[in-house]
Design a protein around this ligand. Structure first.
Ligand SMILES: Nc1ncnc2c1ncn2[C@@H]1O[C@H](COP(=O)(O)OP(=O)(O)OP(=O)(O)O)[C@@H](O)[C@H]1O
Length: 310
């Protein structure tokens, strides 16, 4: 459904996207992740034809996004990061206007607006002015707009940005349902959302792919490397130094707890379990230790490990 090859985008001397290649198959829900400034929005804007690439090619459903822009756009429903809406229009009127702009006949527009109002749960606000809507409803209007011309592919740029936990849950459920009938490329910072909704994850940083796999495979790979957590009382620099010098320990970070206690996160090499050796080290130094356990890796650990700058 999406075929991106050697995509590069330069703004003056800054390269936002660097030789990026990936594809998305029909029916997949793919999470597109990366830290702030990684190049996600720039990639999505090129994918939707709003921004020309410096080099490389993009095909959507067999249509080249730049040579056959209209053909590609027909297949794409795009919900940008900050959904631009006309505040002084009513919800139904706005969606009808958008449907007509996208080339639907008056009759089709009326029918589709009714359908997307239903799909996106907008029935109770369909006659309301957009300016009085809550952020959650505004996002739904943005989603309804993206859907109104029946695209096969949905591109959603941080669809739950700025929503409260209940609204996030509702939008997530809606995306999941839409995933049954659409291909979806979803950019988000909420990693638990990705674990729950996506078949596959692409993590980018500095405009390049850092990892690409199912959320489960990424987490399993990380778990193999293993993380041990210890709560110890004492000088954190001295303890960190001693832990870091142990064999098979890759990295140690710490954060303060209460009463002079610190939590140490100890990343160990694949296939090793340093708990007994850590216990010995702590006992030899007489540092009071409250707990020592192996922690299950999450997608957040994978993300931090792949995109950390230090
Ligand atoms: N129009 C532009 N002109 C110059 N630089 C730009 C432009 N648009 C984006 N950039 C730069 O390109 C880089 C990638 O930006 P982009 O918005 O794609 O990142 P992002 O991954 O979407 O970040 P966020 O998670 O904050 O939305 C950033 O360094 C940004 O400052």
């Amino acid at each position: 459904m999406i075929e991106i090859r050697n995509l590069t985008k330069r703004f003056a001397r800054h390269t936002a996207v660097r030789d990026l290649s990936f594809s998305v198959k029909q029916g997949e829900i793919v999470g597109f992740l990366g830290p702030n400034g990684a190049g996600k929005t720039t990639t999505l804007r090129m994918l939707t034809g709003y921004l020309p690439p410096t080099s490389g090619s993009i095909e959507v459903g067999g249509c080249d996004v730049f040579r056959d822009s209209i053909g590609a756009r027909r297949k794409i429903g795009y919900m940008p990061e900050n959904v631009p809406l006309y505040d002084d229009m009513r919800v139904r009127e706005y969606l009808k206007f958008r449907a007509r702009l996208k080339g639907l006949s008056n009759r089709d527009a009326r029918r589709r607006v009714g359908e997307v109002i239903d799909t996106c749960g907008l029935d109770s606000v369909r006659r309301k002015m957009i300016k009085v809507l809550s952020k959650g409803y505004r996002q739904r209007v943005g989603l309804a707009d993206a859907l109104v011309h029946s695209p096969e592919l949905l591109i959603l740029d941080e669809p739950t940005n700025g929503l409260d936990p209940n609204q996030i849950r509702q939008i997530r459920e809606l995306i999941k349902r839409l995933g049954e009938t659409h291909t979806i490329l979803l950019s988000t910072h909420i990693l638990s959302e990705v674990e729950m909704t996506c078949d596959r994850v692409i993590i980018i940083d500095s405009g390049q792919i850092k990892a690409e796999d199912t959320p489960q495979a990424l987490v399993t790979g990380m778990r193999a490397a293993g993380k041990v957590v210890a709560e110890i009382t004492g000088d954190p620099e001295v303890i960190s130094g001693a832990l870091s010098r142990m064999d098979h320990v890759k990295r140690v970070t710490h954060e303060p707890l209460t009463n002079g206690r610190f939590q140490f996160d100890i990343l160990v090499e694949s296939g090793t379990d340093a708990r007994e050796r850590i216990h010995e080290l702590v006992a030899q130094n007489g540092w009071p230790m409250r707990s020592l356990y192996r922690r299950k890796a999450t997608l957040e650990d994978v993300f931090v490990e792949l995109t950390r700058k230090d």
